[in-house]
Design a protein. Structure first.
Length: 359
């Protein structure tokens, strides 16, 4: 019987795309183990096929310390691989996969799938750039979650497109297609891993203390404490902060809002990615608020999924005008079009994975 290894750099709750892989393995009754890094010492109730690496780390560590911790995770996985053989391996993200390049190219050439979810600053270093190219070249195939990543990845390699949403979620999307909340006050929600502290604080400064706007911050992340401190210090009456939430409650929070904030800072980490909130908005029919200078904004503009604003304009006036002239039929058609194209990409992705695990 074939057996595969899935190596993930965190607990699976913060990496929802892992379920896309494991659901396919389950569907075809393929045996697999998952090695995961419990970075923050969380209580995890997984199956017996899940193997934990329990060394804690901190998102606030310096870059050298983060690289050192990633190397220790690599050593833990390598120790396991020297004891247990697999028919194939799935690895994820650049930074957390980079040290595997020698071992995988030697022992698992054309027998691993490399999934890239974002840009990594370590690519500024020639050694890591070389390691990345090696990983890409020796894999069975490479997966990216945004076409924008092709702008920093080797052009000579081919890539399979996937997305941060499942086929089941797309199939259930239509039940919300007549439920776009247009009532005041316009509740703009920022949900998930809270980052981009400067952007979010600027939004609070611009939209805070307005009777026709409400701002909701739901989740945890590197920017959580800074946002909380700012709100406690300035006390804008229309801002609410909710900490960690259960994944099964995510839809409820979004459906209570009018709009999803997907504004990100202007840096190379944000420039090319597509956020989870992009799919959340389209699936639940909640328009997106975004800046107009990154790859994600091109997708939002193409499919008419929300409002694009520049970084130096009055976003309050733009938001009010957007809702006063909102055309639900046009917006809904854009969501349908977007999810249709995503569905086609996901079906192609699944076909590639099935071939990899069954042939």
């Amino acid at each position: 019987m074939k057996k595969f290894l899935v190596i993930i750099p965190a607990v699976k709750e913060v990496l929802p795309y892992i379920d896309t892989y494991t659901s396919i393995l389950d569907k075809y009754n393929i045996s697999y183990n998952v090695i995961y890094w419990n970075r923050h010492g969380e209580v995890c109730k997984y199956g017996s096929n899940y193997i934990a690496y329990e060394k804690k780390t901190n998102d606030e560590y310096s870059a050298p310390r983060k690289i050192y911790d990633i190397y220790r995770f690599y050593r833990f996985v390598l120790k396991h691989l020297k004891k247990v053989s697999y028919d194939g391996i799935f690895i994820y993200t650049i930074a957390d996969s980079i040290f595997f390049y020698k071992y995988l190219s030697k022992h698992y050439k054309n027998r691993y799938v490399f999934d890239i979810r974002d840009y990594s600053p370590i690519l500024k270093f020639p050694y890591f750039r070389y390691a990345l190219n090696h990983l890409l070249n020796k894999s069975a195939f490479n997966v990216i979650s945004s076409e924008g990543f092709k702008q920093f990845l080797p052009q000579e390699e081919s890539y399979v497109i996937t997305h941060n949403i499942t086929l089941n979620e797309i199939g259930n999307a239509n039940i919300h297609n007549n439920n776009c909340n247009q009532d005041k006050p316009y509740n703009i929600i920022t949900i998930g891993k809270l980052r981009d502290e400067k952007v979010n604080i600027d939004i609070i400064k611009t939209l805070g203390n307005r009777t026709d706007i409400k701002l909701s911050f739901v989740g945890m992340g590197p920017a959580s404490q800074t946002i909380k401190n700012h709100v406690e210090r300035n006390k804008p009456f229309n801002v609410t902060i909710t900490g960690k939430y259960l994944k099964q409650d995510e839809d409820k929070y979004v459906l209570n809002a009018n709009m999803l904030n997907v504004c990100m800072e202007q840096n190379i980490l944000s420039k090319y990615l597509l956020s989870n909130r992009l799919y959340l908005g389209a699936r639940l029919r909640r328009p997106l608020l975004t800046y107009d200078d990154d790859y994600q904004s091109l997708i939002i503009k193409k499919y008419k999924l929300g409002l694009l604003v520049s970084r130096n304009e009055n976003i309050y006036d733009k938001i009010i005008n957007y809702w006063e002239t909102f055309d639900y039929d046009m917006y809904n058609q854009g969501c349908i079009w977007f999810l249709h194209d995503v569905e086609n990409d996901l079906k192609n992705f699944e076909k590639k994975i099935v071939k990899f695990i069954t042939e």
